[in-house]
Design a protein around this ligand. Structure first.
Ligand code: 5GP
Ligand code: MN
Length: 331
């Protein structure tokens, strides 16, 4: 089925149903949040009723656009279950997390996502891996449905484009992405305001955390792999919340000569969230998938139920093979 056909099926899903539960993934990022808000505005335009929610808190810095105040944190709130659900930016059903307990057993699910590791868990699936962000798919959907691109809709869409392309720097920044982003700007989005809020501003806690986490740097595989660790003690010491940890992994990845940068976040003694980033060769999505996670070729993640030391060993074992393959290719 062509992408255009998928978009029209998704459009029908929205026009023919009502009373939607709109969800994004655990630890929502800018694309997840922007897409959630954009879908809210889209449904509002269609005169539908909806609930916007996810498991866990949305990073405070992302909560400045209209409808942000209506996003429910389902780790602390209860809801009656829904029979019509839209999942945004979720590579698999697990990414919905605990919020999935509000999805009825035979619910209709519209799965809109851009992760290559997506497992098509929806009743209707639009998985467009060429899109820079889930927000880009929603942009295409808005166009397909002939819905006017208002400022209210353009701002959260731009949030998704901006954050998932790392400020229009990553390899997913295509000419098409730029021309769509230009159209969003022409609707009244301020690029400097959005960049300052979503990308530039860092909390004081983040700076304290960065100082401690940088001390844990461990460079291996002849300088090609760099890891950082945020231990429970460190996280407690500076009283960091999950958005303070966002972006730390790039310090490992950005080091000259490093191909793979990794951040280990100790959630508890036996739960480690791993963020993986690569520069040119290594498919970190594949590595994350081997450990039950997923993501993209250059940015992926997984959660390992083991101690920090064990998790590190598990990743190193898989890396041995991935780095070996990479060396073979470069020979
Ligand atoms: P981050 O490291 O910033 O949490 O995530 C990087 C990318 O990998 C994002 O696109 C995110 O959606 C994906 N990702 C992170 N953790 C997981 C996971 O546990 N499962 C899956 N399927 N994807 C993940
Ligand atoms: Mn995304």
């Amino acid at each position: 089925m062509s992408y255009k056909e998928q978009l029209s099926i998704a459009g029908r899903f929205l026009t023919e149903n009502d009373h939607f539960l709109v969800l994004n993934h655990v630890s929502p990022d800018g694309d997840a949040t922007g897409s959630l808000l954009a879908m809210g505005h889209l449904l509002q335009t269609l005169g539908k009723t909806f609930t916007l929610a996810n498991e866990g808190q949305t990073p405070r810095k992302l909560l400045f656009l209209p409808l942000s105040e209506s996003i429910l944190d389902l780790s602390t709130q209860e809801l009656p279950p829904f029979s019509t659900v839209i999942a945004l930016d979720c590579g698999d059903f697990k990414r919905i997390g605990d919020a999935s307990r509000f999805i009825m057993e035979n619910a209709q699910i519209l799965n809109i996502d851009h992760h290559p590791t997506n497992d098509f868990f929806g009743t209707v699936n639009i998985v467009q891996t060429e899109a820079c962000s889930t927000a880009e798919i929603l942009f295409d959907l808005v166009k397909q449905m002939d819905i006017p691109l208002t400022e209210e809709l353009a701002k959260p869409l731009y949030m998704g484009f901006l954050t998932d392309t790392g400020g229009f720097r990553y390899s997913n920044t295509t000419a098409e992405v730029m021309s769509k982003a230009a159209e969003l700007l022409s609707c009244g989005v301020s690029p400097s305001d959005m960049a300052e809020r979503c990308l530039e501003t860092i909390s004081k806690t983040y700076v304290q955390l960065l100082r401690l986490v940088l001390e844990t740097i461990d460079v291996s595989f002849s300088g090609k792999v760099a890891t950082l660790s945020a231990t429970l003690d460190t996280i407690k010491e500076v009283d960091a919340d999950s958005d303070d940890l966002d972006g730390l992994v790039n310090y490992a990845r950005n080091i000259e000569g490093v191909e793979v940068g990794i951040l280990f976040k100790e959630k508890d003694e036996n739960t480690i969230k791993v963020s993986l980033r690569s520069k040119h060769q290594v498919d970190v999505g594949k590595i994350a998938k081997e450990l039950g996670g997923g993501g993209h070729v250059r940015a992926a993640g997984c959660t390992i139920n083991a101690s920090l030391k064990e998790a590190k060993q598990m990743i190193y074992e898989i890396l041995k093979q991935a780095m070996g393959e990479h060396d073979e290719h470069s020979n």
